[in-house]
Design a protein around this ligand. Structure first.
Ligand SMILES: O=P(O)(O)OC[C@H]1O[C@H](OP(=O)(O)OP(=O)(O)O)[C@H](O)[C@@H]1O
Length: 202
């Protein structure tokens, strides 16, 4: 909220990527991954993984920052891989870049899922290249109903990667609690209206 990254209602998007914001995000992604790997933190801890995969485009800088932070601050050394949206017809060719995923355990990292299209495409790509996707981590879990109108996109993706294997730095309901605590009532009201329309009903 402090940097205007999240807005409700009608607005024009503006990019707000700066060193301090990206640094905070890298730290949050890395801590979320480390916590999720502890067996005490959840009934479905994230398994160890070899390569972090960031789907183009926004997933690429987030994954790159996170592997760096994992190494510098948590002594976890993993590879970085990402895809190109356009197939390259010269040089190494193909649309995978970075560490090889073949025979490796892969964690996918992105900012947010809506319909889950980007993450599903990433899962398919990694599988085609011979990797095994062991989980997904996103910045914000929107906690919205998915394509079937009942379950969530998270549940739909967990049906592919494993129950409890989609993690998030924070959830929509965490944001609502934070807005309430900080007296941001206008934003909270807008979020509640949005939640009524799109939020999970359980
Ligand atoms: O779950 P989905 O319905 O796929 O939506 C979520 C995806 O959409 C956004 O990326 P976008 O498609 O805008 O691409 P970009 O990262 O290249 O901007 C976002 O970064 C996710 O990757």
């Amino acid at each position: 909220m402090a940097v205007g990254a999240l807005k409700f209602g009608q607005f024009t998007l503006k990019s707000g990527s700066t060193g301090p914001i990206l640094s905070a995000l890298a730290k949050a992604f890395a801590s979320t991954i480390v916590e999720a790997q502890k067996s005490s933190s959840s009934t479905s801890p994230l398994p160890e993984f070899d390569v972090l995969f960031g789907p183009a485009y926004k997933g690429i800088p987030f994954a790159a920052m996170t592997v760096t932070h994992l190494y510098d601050n948590h002594n976890i050394a993993v590879g970085l891989a990402y895809d190109r949206k356009e197939v390259k017809d010269h040089g190494e060719g193909g649309n995978m870049v970075g560490a090889s995923v073949k025979g490796k355990k892969i964690l996918i990292l992105d900012d947010v899922m809506t319909a889950g299209t980007a993450v599903r495409a990433a899962i398919d790509l990694v599988k085609r290249e011979g990797g095994e996707v062991v989980g997904v981590v996103q910045c914000l879990d929107r906690e919205e109903v998915g394509k079937d109108g009942v379950s969530s996109t998270v549940k739909e993706v967990e049906a592919i990667v494993g129950e409890g294997r989609v993690k998030a730095i924070l959830r929509m309901r965490d944001l609502m609690v934070w807005l309430e605590k900080n007296g941001m009532n206008d934003e909270l009201e807008k979020m509640k209206v949005y939640w009524e329309k799109y939020g999970l009903k359980q």
